[in-house]
Design a protein around this ligand. Structure first.
Ligand code: SAM
Length: 289
């Protein structure tokens, strides 16, 4: 794999780069930049949630927020807090963590604007690879789009297993190896740069979101979960917002050619081909009794 060596010199150096990336653009906030600039904070958060569940309605069917009333739920990597708000709203005893101060502050602000009291939930910065939480303490550990960003994903799985109660469930979204997002990034960062033999996995490692992002095939991830003791109850790929280019383009794609490509992108065809082209790998598993 051709990796950017400055990113991988040391796991702690990489963790620092991951943290810095997400401190600078907390996940999901791009959906609502306009409102943030106008300082309409409640509208800003509502806009993030509205866009999130409009373009990715499967998140709600995957999470099943409503099933966790009075259950102990841990969310790892809360980002801008849209899902975390749903755990709290559904009456779960919710604890939320994130590597970054930015995400924790945003999520706390979101909940406060929505009228929730601080004693209704727990939120703190923490590293998924080293949780300072008790063994066997949660009914559900939920983490959406997070642990593939952490340098030692297997350590995250060890921690998730440790803090889950026997019989407890984990719901994880990690990135899948072959996807439309991967193909688009491969065209831009490999093909057009004369490196057609560079793999999608490699391109994603160096160019998708924070440095060092990993991807897995369904069978690789299933095997990894089983190695850590989990019983995998379901695993499937899902087309996401990036595969369908359903999100606003960021500044780095301001060139007119990108704008034209965005307009003519064959979304209906990709939907017809289906979830096999999806970046998201949705995995549900349980810790045996
Ligand atoms: C792609 S965002 C996803 C956020 C949110 N779950 C969502 O779906 O919008 C990734 C998040 O994972 C957090 N993160 C990355 N590595 C982490 C780690 N080792 N421990 C805790 N959080 C981590 C980042 O700070 C960032 O907020």
């Amino acid at each position: 794999m051709v990796q950017n060596s400055s990113l991988t010199d040391s796991p702690s150096g990489l963790k620092q780069s991951v943290k810095q990336h997400w401190e600078e653009e907390p996940c999901g906030t791009r959906f609502a930049i306009g409102d943030a600039e106008n300082n309409e904070r409640l509208a800003f958060f509502e806009n993030i949630s509205r866009s999130r569940y409009a373009v990715e309605p499967f998140i709600k069917t995957f999470a099943r927020f409503e099933n966790y009333k009075n259950k102990k739920v841990l969310e790892i990597g809360v980002g801008a807090g849209a899902d975390f708000e749903n755990w709290v709203q559904s009456g779960a005893k919710a604890t939320g963590l994130d590597l970054t101060q930015a995400a924790i502050e945003l999520t706390r602000e979101r909940l406060s604007l929505k009228g929730y009291l601080e004693n209704q939930y727990a939120l703190k910065t923490a590293d998924a690879e080293n949780l300072t939480l008790d063994d066997n303490s949660f009914d559900l550990v939920y983490s959406y789009g997070v642990i593939h960003h952490s340098p030692d994903t297997e350590k995250c799985l060890d921690e998730i297993y440790r803090v889950l109660k026997p019989g407890g469930t984990t719901k994880l979204m990690v990135y899948a190896t072959f996807s439309m997002t991967g193909i688009l990034l491969w065209i831009r960062h490999a093909l057009l740069k004369g490196r057609p033999f560079q793999s999608q996995k490699d391109v994603i490692f160096n160019h998708l979101e924070s440095p060092g992002t990993k991807t897995y095939t369904p069978s690789e991830f299933k095997e990894m979960m089983q190695k850590h003791g989990f019983e995998v109850t379901s695993i499937r790929k899902q087309l996401g917002v990036g595969d369908l280019l359903n999100m606003p383009l960021s500044q780095k794609y301001s060139h007119p050619l990108y704008r034209i490509f965005y307009k003519i992108y064959p979304r209906p065809l990709i939907k017809l081909i289906g979830n096999g082209l999806g970046l998201f790998l949705l995995c549900e598993a349980r810790k045996p009794d």
